[in-house]
Ligand binder design. Structure first.
Ligand SMILES: [Zn+2]
Length: 192
């Protein structure tokens, strides 16, 4: 009987999902297990060859993954004799994860990080599908960038250099217009 499992780390941005993936990767390396990391080809942020954690400054080598996951499925089929851990960052960008059960049936495990909500507060479709496929679902939270309360929403603010909600000034860089926010701060900005 295979002990292969599917783990999903979900939540808003900056909630620590990628750190968990990197820990899974490093644990597999320490335990001498085969492990491969993937990033969807649509993910244009940062360096495509690595998955990196902004907070811990650690990075692991990554392979570009087509949105239908074919490179991972091909490797899983060729590696049936070697149980492998496959790690997928930013999985919300995929458009098909129907291969997940087949990969697990081959004896391989999977760890995904996937955003829960988009900037409009709607759930990412693939993340919802992954919740029905996962053995372990870990829903993570960030701290609200405006008030410090637990955050479960993503706020997008185009073109503003400063914001003055809750008396706190937040300076925005050109590459950082998304914020993890609590419900109250998210709602306050939707009504502006
Ligand atoms: Zn807040």
């Amino acid at each position: 009987m295979s002990s292969a499992t599917v783990t999903l780390y979900t939540g808003c941005m900056k909630s620590g999902k990628t750190i968990c993936l990197i820990q899974d990767y490093q644990n597999a390396v320490i335990n001498h297990k085969r492990v491969l990391a993937y990033k969807p080809k649509l993910d244009t942020r940062g360096d495509k060859r690595f998955i990196l954690s902004r907070s811990t400054k650690t990075m692991i080598p990554a392979i570009e993954l087509s949105l239908d996951g074919k490179e991972l499925l091909i490797d899983a089929s060729l590696s049936k004799a070697i149980p492998t851990l496959y790690i997928v960052d930013e999985a919300q960008f995929l458009n098909d994860v129907s291969w997940v059960n087949a990969v697990v049936a081959m004896g391989h495990s999977l760890s995904f990080s996937s955003l829960s909500n988009d900037k409009d507060g709607n759930s990412w479709k693939i993340t919802s599908v992954l919740t029905s496929l996962a053995d372990l679902i870990i829903h993570m939270h960030a701290r609200c960038d405006f008030c410090g309360n637990p955050a479960n929403f993503n706020l997008f603010q185009p073109g503003n250099n400063q914001d003055n909600i809750s008396g706190q000034i937040v300076i925005e860089s050109a590459s950082n217009k998304y914020y993890p926010v609590c419900r109250s701060c998210w709602f306050a900005h939707q009504r502006k």
